[in-house]
Design a protein around this ligand. Structure first.
Ligand code: FAD
Length: 374
């Protein structure tokens, strides 16, 4: 048996960021993934744009933008070779959206400026209403970033089929650890975590070879990256709760490419590679970071929870089991801040931010979903 302080299942951006911050705090960490580092899950398909969220100042927007500020500084300082700060132009979808952009501006804490049609044309954008330009935003090379985060951290390729917890140790094959983190994306088969409401959204990305001089990245209905080393990435997640690959069809890039062609000159674009993957979101779209509630024993000990009983104490947790998930369409924005948060919780006992603590969803789930199921 090889012994670790923590085993992380899942080598997407969530698992890799968590492992990185745990290692920084001196813990001995093993990362396990059945497919490879950022090779199969959402992180392999992601365009990995790192940009702020626009809107009317919702709580989710504020959290996203705190995470954005942290992520762009973190990537630029420690992994500049895998994060290109190309800037990202946010273009309104239509006339109505263009009006909303003016309202959104007061809630933008990230540095930004307006670009008029003439300036947009100069940077290669065909036609658009006045748009917002975030110069500190950028694009990660997803697999390279994940691999760089895991430098000096043990990694094995292994399909975890079952988990064992005995004498306060987690066992996976020939490895054991005091603590276990589930960073498995949309799949959660090990424990009853229905209260988190994790669901998948299917998406596609195409990488195209081109000589187009495109120095900035952009987002309208889909995202288009700047030209980095002769490659432009086009991507979007679009099919909610679809089963993997059902929605790809014969030409998964057809629609994306048509939308991209309305935005930039794609006449010399040659398809190089297609990536498809599932990203996972939570019931309320906020991420999920922290301990996992022991659902079976809570329901047994508190059968009235389904009828709205209030808990007098904190819900009972699974021993030494943690989750980092539900990063939605912004995994590369959220992961560094949330990975740090989880490491501080595990190592220093610092409380996880209540906005991302999965406990928030438990009581409501007991009342609503269990009632419906009966
Ligand atoms: C097309 C597309 C475009 C996107 N664009 C962006 C973007 O521009 N910017 C952005 O920030 N985000 C983007 N996202 C979202 C982002 O990809 C996700 O939020 C992020 O990848 C989630 O990371 P994760 O580590 O939680 O999950 P994943 O990357 O899905 O990783 C989970 C890992 O767990 C492993 N695993 C699962 N079960 C087991 C098991 N039993 N044993 C071993 N290993 C297991 C899987 O193999 C997988 O590697 C996009 C997503 C898609 C699909």
């Amino acid at each position: 048996m090889k012994c670790y302080d923590v085993i992380v299942i899942g080598a997407g951006i969530a698992g890799c960021s968590s492992a990185y911050f745990l290692k920084q705090k001196g813990l001995n960490v093993l990362v396990v993934d059945r497919a490879g580092v950022a090779t199969a899950g959402g992180s392999s398909a992601a365009g990995a744009f790192v940009s702020p969220k626009i809107g009317k100042g919702s709580s989710l927007q504020r959290l996203t933008n705190e995470a954005f500020e942290f992520a762009k500084d973190f990537y630029s300082e420690y992994f500049p070779e895998h994060f290109k700060q190309t800037g990202v132009v946010r273009m309104p979808k239509d006339e109505e959206d263009a009006q909303k952009f003016f309202e959104y501006e007061q809630y933008n804490s990230s540095t930004h400026k307006w670009l008029e049609e003439k300036s947009l044309k100069e940077i290669g954008i065909k036609e658009s209403q006045k748009s917002l330009f975030f110069d500190e935003a950028g694009v990660c090379d997803a697999p390279k970033m994940c691999k760089a985060l895991l430098e000096d951290i043990d990694y094995i390729q292994y399909n975890v089929k079952s988990l064992n917890y005995e004498n306060k140790m987690w066992y996976i094959g020939e490895y054991e650890a005091k603590k276990l983190i589930l960073a498995t994306g949309y799949e959660n088969k090990f424990f009853d975590m229905r209260y988190m409401g994790i669901k998948g959204t299917w998406g596609t990305r195409g990488d195209y070879e081109t000589k187009l001089n495109l120095e900035v990245s952009m987002h309208k209905k889909i995202s288009i990256s700047a030209n980095i080393d002769g490659i432009v990435k086009i991507g979007a997640t679009h099919a909610k709760e679809a089963h993997a690959c059902l929605n790809c069809g014969v030409d998964p890039l057809k629609e994306l490419f048509a939308k991209a062609s309305d935005m930039v000159d794609t006449s010399d674009f040659r398809p190089k590679e297609i990536f498809c993957g599932m990203r996972s979101g939570s019931k309320d779209y906020f991420p999920l970071v922290g301990s996992v509630i022991d659902v079976p024993s809570m329901l047994e000990e508190h059968p009235k929870l389904v009828r709205g009983e209030k808990l007098k104490e904190e819900a009972k947790k699974m021993d030494n089991l943690y989750v980092i998930n539900g990063l939605g369409g912004r995994g590369f924005v959220f992961a560094p801040l949330l990975g740090k948060m989880l490491a501080e919780n595990i190592v220093e006992g610092k409380e996880v931010d209540s906005r991302v603590n999965p406990d928030r969803l438990f009581l409501k789930w007991c009342r609503k979903s269990l009632e419906l199921e009966r």
